[in-house]
Design a protein around this ligand. Structure first.
Ligand code: NDP
Ligand code: MG
Length: 386
């Protein structure tokens, strides 16, 4: 029996993780779960799973939360420190990091420090602090098992060869809702348009990141750290069907891909049960109907976020923290109707270029730069010439 903590259990990845736990209840048990504000949903989850602890990280809700709605055997805690405590608790074997954004770094860091196995969904952790957290993991023996579907696909395909035999990896991208749109159409794209993802059902932040291709940009950086690759070994291809989740090309030219319907329960389950596989709740491929797979290069002019990702992956240092913070704020301003769609990568580019590059930042430096980039992006306006 593996003992699991799910940080961010009320989100898209969190609820899919709980579906996997429920389907594999003879192998996986929930020790703790966290939400930020959706405490009613968290309370319902405790009624189903009776975990030892439930955490509401927004402390300001303490007066409003009804403790009686939680399972009688579940201890209710508040605040960010309670996330840290859960992530490093002795009775936890594997921590699923499903909190969105840089807010997920603290819990992931605590779990890595405690030497836990990490089911890594919160890619922002690697974007902000890739080298520091990878060093920490080496010291504590903590292992990252990717939940992101592309990285899970690569992890699975890599098991067909030796690391030294990997020539390159090809990350697939659906292309998002705006694949094939013109510049003029993109100029008037609304949050509703951007939230209508053609193949994946995800939380709002990553859905907007998919529309700008910033998600793929972040995944390039994530892949570099997860698989210890040189950036020149990473490529991106648009694959609208989202059935091939990524490809590994080995030195002899053989390409191994992983296919499954676009549903996160499979990569989540693989991270939770690795190195074993079991029948589970993920939908299966239908090999009785006719279908085809398309691949095309991404449009880097219309979706400049992708090049930002490659650049940041190459430069390293403080770039990831700044890009991530700028993007989080720009996405939130776009969702609030305060920025246009194409201004998201534009703001990120300008904040990145304006920052004081540090090639070897500490965690404190990164926190300070994250804050700086958030403030700058909050007041950023597009200059008339662009
Ligand atoms: P959601 O927005 O659906 O869920 C986010 C979760 O994080 C919720 O449980 C939310 O709690 C919690 N949360 C939000 N803000 C904070 C905060 N400040 N402190 C603590 N907890 C917080 O996101 P997703 O599930 O879509 O994404 C989660 C992570 O997984 C992201 O890093 C994303 O990049 C990654 N990922 C997601 C995929 C997907 O298919 N959704 C695919 C691959 C990666 P509450 O509900 O109370 O607000
Ligand atoms: Mg992905």
């Amino acid at each position: 029996m593996k003992r699991v903590a799910v940080l961010g259990s009320t989100g898209s990845i969190g609820t899919s993780s709980l579906e996997v736990l429920s389907a594999l209840s003879d192998r996986l048990t929930l020790v703790g779960a966290t939400a930020h504000s959706r405490w009613q949903q968290l309370a319902e989850q405790t009624q189903q799973f009776a975990p030892r602890v439930a955490v509401v990280s927004d402390e300001s809700l303490q007066g409003e939360v009804e403790a009686a709605s939680f399972h009688s055997e579940t201890q209710l805690k508040f605040g960010r420190d309670a996330i840290t405590e859960l992530a490093s608790a002795e009775d936890v074997d594997i921590v699923v990091t499903a909190i969105v954004g840089a807010a997920g770094l603290q819990g992931t860091w605590a779990a890595v420090e405690a030497g836990k196995t990490i089911g890594l969904a919160n890619k922002e952790t690697l974007i902000v602090a890739g080298p520091l957290i990878c060093d920490l993991a080496k010291k504590t023996g903590s292992q990252f098992l990717p939940v992101d579907s592309e990285h899970s696909a690569i992890f699975q395909a890599m098991q067909s060869g030796k690391t030294a035999e990997v020539k390159r990896i090809i990350l697939t991208a659906s292309g998002g809702p705006f694949r094939g749109w013109s510049r003029e159409q993109l100029d008037s794209a609304t949050p509703e348009d951007a939230l209508r993802h053609p193949t994946w059902d995800m939380g709002p932040k990553i859905t907007i990141d998919s529309a700008t291709l910033m998600n793929k940009a972040l995944e390039v950086i994530e892949a570099k750290w997860l698989f210890d690759l040189d950036v020149s070994q990473i490529e991106v291809v648009v694959h609208p069907q989202s059935l091939v989740h990524s490809i590994v090309e080995f030195s002899d030219g053989s390409c191994l891909a992983q296919l499954s319907p676009p549903d996160m329960k499979l990569p989540i389950q693989y991270a939770l049960t690795w190195p074993d596989r079991f029948d589970g709740p993920s939908p299966k491929m239908d090999w009785t109907s006719t279908w085809s797979l398309d691949f095309a290069p991404p449009d880097r002019d219309l979706f400049p976020a992708l090049d930002l990702g490659f650049e940041v992956a190459r430069r390293g240092g403080s770039c990831g923290a700044v890009l991530n913070a700028a993007n989080e704020v720009a996405v939130s301003r776009f969702l609030g109707g305060d920025l246009k769609f194409r201004e998201i990568p534009q703001a990120c580019r300008e904040i990145l270029d304006a920052h004081n590059f540090d090639p070897d930042p500490t965690l404190t430096d990164l926190t300070r730069l994250d804050q700086w980039a958030r403030e700058e992006t909050s007041r950023w306006t597009s200059s008339p010439s662009t």
